[in-house]
Ligand binder design. Structure first.
Ligand code: NAD
Ligand code: ZN
Length: 364
């Protein structure tokens, strides 16, 4: 079993990663049960495909499930109210640990509910999508979406434990696996050239369902995220901001496609990373061949790397307009993640949105 610790003083917690962990969940979760029972929050799809395994894996510990509808719309005020009411109906107390069993939607919603229920109770992440296993389950960012946009209401609330079983991905649709994979590659592109090279050599096996490749990719990604979170828990020093590589471009593409199934988050991030590298190359910061290599790898596994492949046919001004609403905007300029090469990402503060708009027009 691989264990990665997120070092946050008295809020430190372990991330355990191993194939089959779900089937032995009792070994790691039973001690958190109260009166022999645990409340598990999940969505309908995960309940159908993976909940029976968790229930069996918990042995004599009785599972009290709360099952919500799947999809991004579940991260809403309405569902937060419904969930907190249900948690109280189940008699959840502050010392309890609520289990968030699902993808990033369930993790973000349950984390937020846990942070406000009875002024804060504990929770455990048991992520079941690749995106959640390599990214959202670690780091304590919780949120719901509101009329004004995505993730604008939330809190920092760290879990007490993260339990990752890569075999839960066996039932995840391939498109979701691929989308989550974009966030894996991201860790290589940020500051780890060797890991990017590993990705080039192992992506095919990973997507094909190879559990060893998946386990290695998850363990490496989670270790990278844990280091960043320990260094900059609340994104105040700029270190954690590096994790947003490809996300400013990507967010504009998601906004343009209405945050819909037309373009999944990881697909937008993949295209955003390809754009960030080409933009860096166009500014003379990064060798053109690095930008080509990044795009070639992402495209080789079926991720979009051009506006056309991302189903976006909008002028650069409109796309840059979406960026202008970014919560990181400072006095007309947006801190932008650019690269000097693969594994050499940095935060640039001198990028003008007009320059980005002109670049995106050339990309059409
Ligand atoms: N908190 C953070 O740091 C952070 C980071 C990145 C993303 N996020 C958030 O994560 C969310 C996206 O998460 P996601 O991509 O995991 O989406 P998701 O939770 O919607 O899951 C994707 C789909 O897969 C289904 N599913 C999940 N696991 C399955 C399994 N093992 N087998 C079969 N089906 C399964 C779900 O029911 C859902 O339909 C977004 O809301 C995003 O804002 C948060
Ligand atoms: Zn992301």
């Amino acid at each position: 079993m691989t264990r990665v610790d997120v070092g946050l003083g008295d809020r430190s917690y372990p991330i355990l990663i191993e194939a089959g962990l779900l089937d032995r969940a009792v070994e790691h979760l039973a001690r958190f049960a109260r009166n022999g029972r645990m409340v598990v929050v999940t969505d309908e799809s995960v309940a159908a495909s993976q909940l029976p395994r968790l229930v069996a894996g918990l042995g004599k510990t009785r599972v009290e499930p709360i099952i919500l509808p799947p999809g991004e719309a579940t991260k809403s005020w309405g569902m937060l109210e419904r969930l907190t009411d249900q948690l109280m109906d189940h008699g959840v107390e502050r010392s309890d640990r609520i289990i968030a069993f699902g993808g990033g939607v369930i993790g973000d919603l349950v984390g937020f509910a846990a942070s406000i229920l009875k002024r804060g109770c504990g929770f455990i992440q048991v992520p079941t999508t690749l995106l959640a296993q390599v990214d959202s389950s670690v780091g304590g960012k919780t949120a719901i979406n509101t009329r004004a946009g995505k993730n604008l209401v939330g809190s920092f609330h760290q879990p007490d434990l993260v339990l990752i079983d890569p075999t839960t991905l066996d039932t995840l649709p391939l498109r979701e696996v691929r989308s989550g994979y974009a966030e894996v590659v991201k860790y290589g592109l940020i500051d780890d050239f060797d890991f990017f090279a590993w990705c080039e050599g192992n992506a095919a096996a990973l997507l094909d369902g190879d559990t060893d490749a998946r386990t290695q990719a998850i363990a490496h990604s989670v270790a990278a995220k844990a280091r960043v979170v320990a260094a900059d828990e609340r994104e105040t020093t700029g270190t954690r901001a590096l994790l947003n590589l490809g996300h400013t471009f990507g967010h504009a593409l998601e906004a343009e496609t209405g945050f819909s199934d037309t373009l999944l988050h990881g697909e937008a991030v993949a295209c955003g990373m390809a754009l960030a590298f080409r933009f860096s190359a166009a500014r003379g910061l990064c060798p053109g061949q690095d930008a080509v290599r990044v795009a070639r790898h992402l495209a080789s596994i079926g991720l979009p790397t051009t506006l056309k492949a991302a189903h976006v046919n909008t002028d650069g001004g409109t796309l840059a307009g979406h960026m202008a609403h970014d919560k990181k905007m400072e006095g007309g300029r947006l801190p932008f993640l650019l690269a000097r090469g693969i594994g050499q990402t940095f935060l640039a503060k001198d990028v003008d949105l007009g320059e980005v708009a002109a670049f995106l027009d050339r990309e059409r």
